[in-house]
Design a protein around this ligand. Sequence first.
Ligand code: HEM
Length: 528
Amino acid sequence: MEHNKKPSPDQNKEEQYLTTNQGVRINHTDDSLKAGDRGPTLLEDFHFREKMMHFDHERIPERVVHPRGSGAHGYFQVYEPMTAYTKAGFLQDPGKKTPVFVRFSTVVGFRGSPDTVRDVRGFAVKFYTEDGNYDLVGNNMPVFFIQDAIKFPDLVHSIKPEPHHEMPQASAAHDNFWDFISLMPESMHMIMWVLSDRALPRSLAMMEGFGVHTFRFVNDEGKSRFVKFHWKPVAGMHSLVWDESQKIAGKDPDFNRRDLWESIEVGNYPEFELGVQMIEEEQADDFAFDILDATKLWPEELVPVRIIGKMTLDRNPDNFFAETEQVAFHPGHVVSGIDVTNDPLLQGRLFSYLDTQLIRLGGPNFAEIPINRPHAEVNNNQRDGYMRQTINKGRVNYFPNSLADGHPKMAPEEENGYVHYPEHVQGPKIRTRGEGFRDHFSQATLFYNSMSAVEKKHILEAFLFELGKVETMDIQERMVRLIAHVDADLSRQVAEGLGLDPLPDHDIQQIQEDLRAQRERIWQNRKT
Ligand code: HEM
């Protein structure tokens, strides 16, 4: 692959002195301080010791998922005031540009793994709004593998390299993953997306993004509506084909990252329109599925996507580590006018992100790292801890107090004091899921049926590649049975491709009857 040759930086420009971290100018950095020509290095060589100490600690833990990512700065503008639906300040004024930082990622591979693997892509956006940071931490697929966060460690353990030999590095093609999936029918909708061309974006500027969960918009009258977020690429959606993506992974593992960087360098700025699907509180039970189930989408023909604004990515980061690596997204970073729901996947995420960042970013002060710092004023009684940057003045670090000079006060709702939506919640303490979570296949079938013949062929080939790598026949057979719940013909083709017996006709008929009866039961129960 040809890359642009660049001239060396201008040698004549005024250079700064090399210094230690204490600001002392260095006069020699090529040899350590020694006792004589060939003698041992001296402990008193403060420059050597400081340089080596810093180097020894340059690596931090990579993210437990989504470690491989690429970032970009930009801005967001709303097209029309959204006042009727949300009081979120950044969604009111079309003249206002809200700065954003975006990190796109793969999920499974390590930090150094290739870009063009078959995988979900993370699509995380930090809006630096005047009312504090809002993070929309999404993916490029609208649904997820599991319904409840308590299954996330199992899902990720199964998909990551196997623990005894740490293989395979960046692909889903292995027994552990398919073993788990074959025992988790709720994952089938997401699996259809992951085995489709959606999992091979040609460019990070050519994929959609989704908030996945159902969130809430709340307006200044306190009225709440359910909302799903979408990002639509202005460049349209384009994918690689499997053969290309494998070759590119070998020839240029940075393919998507390089494309993002170079597009921004030459002024071909990636753009994404923000869309929302909204439903009224009273409509929540009108669907055959539960709107709190993250394995389901809201079909666009039932709830159209309304395009409300645009994000433009126009600046590359200055420093990968300081910005792209140290950025800390969190679905719980919400601003007034946006709230979470009881989606049991989202509820678990609300715990997980801060918890993991506490160790990944070395203590509780990571909100002070420049890329994470809100553009709004921060004023509270949190103090101390590893790597504290802020020098808080004065004697008072508690609330209430009478001693501080202008002590922090509480903001009323009208002044954007964040008030959680007062949803009424009641029920027994139980480990369970609602009835509307139980149909795992209707939308998987809907998705498969919406594919063109070529796209269907790609899905079949992806199943054959993935399951062809599985060594345990029981797992392959369980997958053939699960796929039959999505599409009988696809199941037959997968079985034949793997050299297995397809399911007999009476099994297929039984599966179809059971599914019909289950859908009817769920619908009846939801209506009553
Ligand atoms: C990253 C947990 C589901 C999108 C992460 C990280 C954790 C995590 C621990 C690493 C964060 C860091 O080190 O800063 C979970 C849990 C989930 C879940 C427990 C389910 C219960 C999801 C879903 C989405 C998603 C459904 C999409 C809607 C992302 C993205 C990142 C990420 C985009 C990368 C953020 C970045 O670029 O820094 N997740 N996740 N996750 N997650 Fe999740």
